[in-house]
Design a binder for this molecule. Structure first.
Ligand SMILES: *Cc1c(COP(=O)(O)O)cnc(C)c1O
Length: 414
């Protein structure tokens, strides 16, 4: 699937020229490909075929209603981390009984709301959360289906900010405590233990951390069976990596085989929570060059997108490809591509070879995941518009924010 390709030298999103999209919708602009979302989701579904499974898209990667709706139509499940994401999924046509709820800090109100709509599973991350959920479920007279998120203490070999499966991380329940918490869970009348869950980190490029984590989970599943506790769902989390620069990510078929081998002939339904893998390659961000400038011997391209639009470079030192949308006869130079925000961390890329002039359009590639969703209004900048392309059609799926709306909820003292 190559959703973004060049036609006569001009970058296209499916059949739409990115120049035309920028002209029509303005910049900065996020552009998503419907076909790319569908094909990435199908990779998981295809690879797990023949086993009971549910692909639960991790909503936080890109929660635009149009994205969720495309996946809901494929029959996707959803992994949510807040009541806000729950409402988005329901609004976009997702099925409540296909929703799993992750996160270390679920509030009482969030647990209540999720119980009321009847989600498939609460991925419980602590004994305290288990006790709170049990009390609320008893009050409203329902039984809460749960998995315990265990922390297998494996090194995912990824950026420390996106590693979640080590002992020192805040996520999940330690392996040594998990058996006791399971024992407690089955004592609670308002709780039904259905599964085991883990999520060890994001942007993982090799299978080994999954293999290590699964070995630990499966041995815990077997131990629990000897305690008379039978698990039916095994949720292996998300984290499958993608190519931003020159990474060589795992093949989803190989990943699926690793999961199937670990499970063997145990009767376990496989749940997986991919976010980045589905949304990342399906999106780009378009931005226009406001100025070119030179300090000493450094060249800067000052563009109209900033760290408030795409924070990954500033936050994780993440590298994303940046290309000129149209071919040019300008001499190529090495530019730092920076935004208008008053922070030195405000860059989209450093030392990038580009042949550009003022007014040219640039595309930041692989920007569909953890892009718009992490954007902010810092410097009182309106957040970008989002467009979804499908074949020859382009739909505005989120309009650009209006500056007056940015402070509409504020007031001054009387
Ligand atoms: C963030 C997250 C995911 C998705 O991670 P990706 O790296 O985007 O695949 C899945 N599950 C949980 C619990 C998460 O927190």
């Amino acid at each position: 699937m190559t959703p973004f390709k060049r036609v006569d030298g001009v970058l296209h999103a499916e059949n739409q020229s990115c120049s035309a999209l920028a002209e029509q919708f303005g910049t900065p602009l996020f552009v998503y490909s419907k076909a790319a979302l569908e094909s990435a989701w199908q990779e998981f579904a295809g690879a797990l075929q023949g086993r009971e499974h549910l692909v639960c898209y991790a909503v936080k990667a890109n929660s635009n209603l149009a994205v969720l709706n495309v996946l809901a139509k494929l029959g996707s499940g959803f992994d949510i981390v807040s009541a806000g994401e729950l409402r988005r999924v329901l609004n976009a046509g997702g099925r409540p009984d296909h929703i799993v709820f992750s996160g270390v800090g679920k509030s009482e109100a969030e647990l209540r709301e999720a119980l009321a709509v009847g989600i498939r599973c609460f991925n419980v991350e602590s004994q305290a959360e288990l006790e709170r959920l049990a009390v609320i479920a008893a009050q409203v007279n329902v039984i809460a289906p749960i998995s315990l998120r265990v922390n297998p203490d494996v090194d995912a070999q990824t950026h420390p900010y996106i590693s979640t499966g080590l002992k020192e991380n805040k996520f999940g329940i330690g392996m040594q405590d998990a058996r006791a918490v399971y024992a407690r869970a089955v004592e609670l009348d308002s709780i039904k233990v259905i599964g085991m869950d883990c999520h060890i980190g994001s942007q993982l490029t090799t299978i080994e951390p999954y293999r290590d984590a699964l070995a630990k989970l499966i041995s815990l599943v077997d131990e629990l069976a000897t305690d008379g506790i039978h698990i039916s769902d095994l949720d292996v989390g998300g984290g499958q990596g993608i190519r931003y620069e020159n990474e060589d990510p795992m093949d989803i078929g190989d990943w699926a085989n690793c999961v199937k081998n670990a499970i063997g002939n145990r009767q376990l339904q496989i749940l997986v929570e991919p976010g980045r893998y589905i949304a990342g390659p399906a999106g780009i961000m378009l931005t226009r060059v406001e100025y070119l400038k030179q300090n000493e011997d450094k060249h800067f391209a000052v563009v109209d997108a900033a760290m408030n639009d795409l924070i990954r470079p500033a936050l994780y030192s993440a590298w994303q490809a940046i290309e000129a949308v149209e071919p040019s006869t300008e001499p190529a130079k090495h530019y730092d591509v920076v935004g208008p925000i008053c922070e030195s961390a405000d860059f989209l890329g450093k030392d990038r070879e580009l042949a550009i002039q003022q007014g040219d359009l640039l595309a930041v590639l692989t920007a569909g995941a953890y892009g718009f969703v992490m954007s902010s209004n810092y410097n009182t900048r309106a957040r970008a518009a989002e467009v979804m392309v499908s074949g020859d059609a382009a739909h505005l799926v989120r309009k650009r924010e209006d500056l007056d709306d940015l402070f509409a909820g504020e007031s001054v003292l009387p």
